[in-house]
Design a protein around this ligand. Structure first.
Ligand code: ADP
Ligand code: MG
Length: 340
């Protein structure tokens, strides 16, 4: 076969293979876009575990009508313009890939109105085939509608699981996002019925949201951590050793507000708990690590699940010491307490 340039739709479908694994990944990307747009309220309607429909409406800044086609073009983004911007990126998105990818594997509709615009507009895309921009009486903000995910990619569709499984993956992502953004109200409905509501609670993660996300047991056993040093800050909650898990299912780590998996940090946490947890048991935590964005590379993974620290040893030590000290304090407290 001779070499040929692939058509855009196929390029986007290939990219979608990395970014869009299942309905939950679509929800993650769209909610992140809403958050990047400054939304304070996000409404999510789902049908059939998100496979039939994902509709996400936000009250963020919106997209100009004449930029709708750009928003769904590959490598088009309003979030960075140079390599310097990339190195200091503060938004959740920056690759300009999510919308074109999702639009290439679904029946897609994007409707929006900027805060300063008199009218709204919408754009439909069917399996990557771009329609025309049409007027739409949209309120300020943006709605993205994704129907029939993978309808044109049978190989992918086959890997979708039962409605309940897909829904629980979505809920897990929403929990992850809701823990990081207690200032944003998120309402979810599934098959026409309200299924979840995260009330906007102000800037600090309240006990209520913590309790709702991780359960009463966790909240009752949670130790507040907040420590700064070495140009970093680590804050959040860690569970006292008495509350531990059979799997690593309640470990939430955010680096500069982005949920990530990081072996280095996970190892530091494990080490901090090593004298106080039984072998094979896992600690539970919600931890926010903040550092100069230039000290961390977020452009490592297409779905942005991983980061790379410039000084990973320093990060490891900082996390270990902070948590070790916090745990030692409670132990000291419990030893000092008189036994009845
Ligand atoms: P990225 O988030 O990496 O920039 P996306 O493909 O997710 O790439 O989105 C492309 C662009 O479309 C964004 O940079 C942004 O300008 C715009 N956009 C997408 N979703 C929204 C939204 N909910 N509100 C406002 N603008 C949006
Ligand atoms: Mg995005």
């Amino acid at each position: 076969m001779s070499i040929r340039q692939l058509p855009d739709t196929l390029i986007n479908q290939i990219a979608a293979g990395e970014v869009v694994e299942r309905p939950a990944s679509v929800v993650k990307e769209l909610v992140e876009n809403a958050l990047d747009a400054g939304a304070k309220r996000i409404d999510i309607d789902l049908e059939e575990g998100g496979v039939r429909l994902i509709r996400i409406r936000d009250d963020g800044g919106g997209i100009a009508s004449d930029e709708l086609p750009l928003a769904v073009s590959r490598h088009a983004t309003s979030k960075i313009a140079s390599i310097d911007d990339l190195e200091a990126v503060a938004t959740l998105g920056f690759r300009g890939e999510a919308l074109p990818s999702v639009a290439s594997v679904s029946r897609f509709r994007l409707a929006s109105r900027r805060r300063d615009a008199e009218h709204g507009a919408e754009l439909r895309i069917d399996g990557g085939k771009l329609g025309e921009v049409a007027p739409n009486a949209h309120p300020h903000g943006t709605t993205v509608e994704v129907r029939d995910l993978f309808f044109n990619v049978p190989a992918r569709r086959k890997f979708l699981r039962a409605e309940r499984t897909e829904l629980s993956h979505i809920e897990e992502w929403l929990r992850t996002l809701a823990l990081a953004r207690p200032d944003v109200e998120i309402r979810v409905s599934h098959n026409g019925k309200p299924s979840r509501r995260w009330k906007g609670e102000g800037n600090l993660l309240s006990d209520v949201r913590l309790h709702e996300a991780l359960g009463e047991e966790f909240a009752r056993n949670a130790l507040r951590v907040d420590h700064a040093g070495a140009g970093m800050r680590l804050h959040g909650w860690i569970a006292q050793p008495a509350y531990n898990r059979a799997s690593a299912d309640q470990q939430y780590l955010y680096v500069n507000g982005r949920s990530v998996r990081d072996r280095n940090v996970a190892h530091a946490v494990r080490q901090a708990y090593s004298d106080v947890l039984f072998h094979g048991r896992h600690p539970a935590y919600v931890l926010f690590l903040e550092l100069d964005p230039r000290g961390v590379d977020v452009n490592v993974h297409p779905a942005k699940h991983e980061v790379r620290f410039r000084e990973s040893r320093l990060v490891h030590d900082f996390v270990y010491r902070t948590l070790h000290a916090a745990l030692a304090e409670t132990r000291a407290g419990s030893i000092a307490a008189p036994t009845p």
